[in-house]
Design a protein around this ligand. Structure first.
Ligand SMILES: *Cc1c(COP(=O)(O)O)cnc(C)c1O
Length: 395
């Protein structure tokens, strides 16, 4: 009876259409149905492409993954993860074993640092943190059991630039893996695989997805076997992402190039503007000739820099409070890469766990701010900073 069939607990098939959607459809299905056991066999054996269970892969993750593969010139398809930290964890937990030693940059992203300081040692994996701009120091930290060097290209929040060419040569010579977290620089400014990186990591949460409404990560390895291990570990440990997050991220990534170019051009302009304001002690932006790593940045980043600018105000916490209060229309929030400019204050957020002396040693006083430049009109944005810095100096 026809009516009985309609009552089966399954959604109806989509209506036929001679035209197709111009936007990627969202595919929230967790499971995928096959016609026959033979076809399922063929799928598992890799003779037919098909999905089975969304933790293992789904169309929305694949469109994001393939887009990033192209952007990064990845030799093999990378794996999309539920966050940038899941990508970092897949590398550290999925490839290292007890007894191994890992060298990390001494100014890694906060949670990556925590992984190096707390979680890896707990699992019997030794770690050493070194300035990634100092290849001699990194070389001195290498031990017989060293397996990996993990660095970011531009450090947070002092925007120091790693010596990637030197590290790549050292890693090759020593037979260790060079892992580059390319979140700050993005493939628009820097392609680590082309500079000798073995593994590349991204947090798409930041500039790539770009709207502060989705968390996502990506990781790929140049070596096919390592790349497979990363995928298998991410799937096994449940690090893989939800279709909706991937759908949002793809939508954001479609405008990434334009957003990046605009934001970094405005960042350069804002850095110069800040440097001319009374009460601004110093400005850190790698495109400026007064940045300590300017020459290296210019060579490595091929004329593109980043959308991050850091600066130091005179006047300590009182001035800092007046500054954020006076920066009307900008979010005082510890994130980066949003369409809107955001301001972060390391002493009260990302670096609050450090003693004041340790922070000062890294150049982060109470007056130190990091700006993630967004897509505002540059003149309007510079005006907001003029007003806010003046308010800070009056406080
Ligand atoms: C934000 C960030 C991460 C972590 O990414 P999430 O998506 O927040 O988990 C890792 N590395 C860098 C450099 C980051 O800025």
């Amino acid at each position: 009876m026809k009516n009985e069939k309609a009552s089966l607990v399954r959604p109806d098939a989509l209506p036929a259409s001679a035209s197709r959607p111009v936007v990627t459809p969202l595919s929230p299905s967790v499971v995928y149905a096959s016609d026959t056991p033979d076809m399922l066999d063929a799928q598992y054996e890799g003779k037919l492409h098909g999905y089975t269970y969304s933790r293992e892969g789904h169309p929305n993750a694949d469109v994001v993954g393939r887009r990033l593969d192209r952007m990064e010139h990845a030799p093999h398809p990378g794996v999309v993860t539920a966050s940038g930290m899941a990508a970092v964890s897949a590398v550290l937990l999925g490839l290292m074993r007890s007894g191994d030693h890992v060298i990390g940059g001494n100014q890694l992203y906060g949670r990556s640092l925590r992984m190096m300081n707390e979680d890896l040692p707990r699992l019997g994996i030794a770690t050493t943190l070194v300035n990634p701009g100092d290849v001699t120091a990194v070389r001195a930290a290498i031990r017989p059991e060293t397996r990996m060097i993990l660095v970011e290209v531009v450090s947070n929040p002092t925007l120091a630039v790693a010596d990637i060419a030197g590290l790549a040569a050292l890693a090759r010579e020593a037979g260790v893996l060079l892992v580059v977290d390319n979140t700050f620089t993005t493939p628009r400014a820097f392609k680590p695989f082309e500079q000798g990186a073995d593994i590349v990591i991204h947090s798409l949460t930041k500039l790539l997805a770009g709207h502060s409404d989705v968390m996502l990560g990506w990781v790929a390895a140049a070596d096919a076997a390592l790349n497979d291990r990363l995928r298998v570990f991410a799937v096994t440990s449940g690090m893989t992402p939800s279709p909706f997050d991937c759908w949002l991220a793809e939508r954001g990534m479609l405008s990434f190039d334009l957003r990046f170019d605009r934001a970094q051009a405005t960042a350069a302009r804002l850095a110069d503007h800040l440097a001319g304001l009374k009460g601004v002690r110093r400005v850190l932006y790698p495109a400026r000739a007064d940045h300590p790593d300017h020459a290296r940045a210019a060579e490595l980043l091929d004329g593109q820099f980043c959308n991050m600018v850091s600066f130091e105000l005179d006047g300590g916490r009182t001035a800092a409070n007046a500054f954020t209060r006076g920066a009307e229309g900008l979010s005082f929030a510890p994130t980066l890469g949003d369409v809107g400019t955001t301001i972060s204050h390391p002493a009260s957020s990302s670096h609050r766990g450090m003693t004041a002396d340790a922070r000062e040693a890294l150049g982060m006083s109470e007056g130190f701010f990091r700006i993630s430049v967004g897509l505002e009109d540059p003149v309007t944005l510079c005006d907001v900073f003029t007003t806010a810095v003046a308010a800070a100096m009056d406080a």
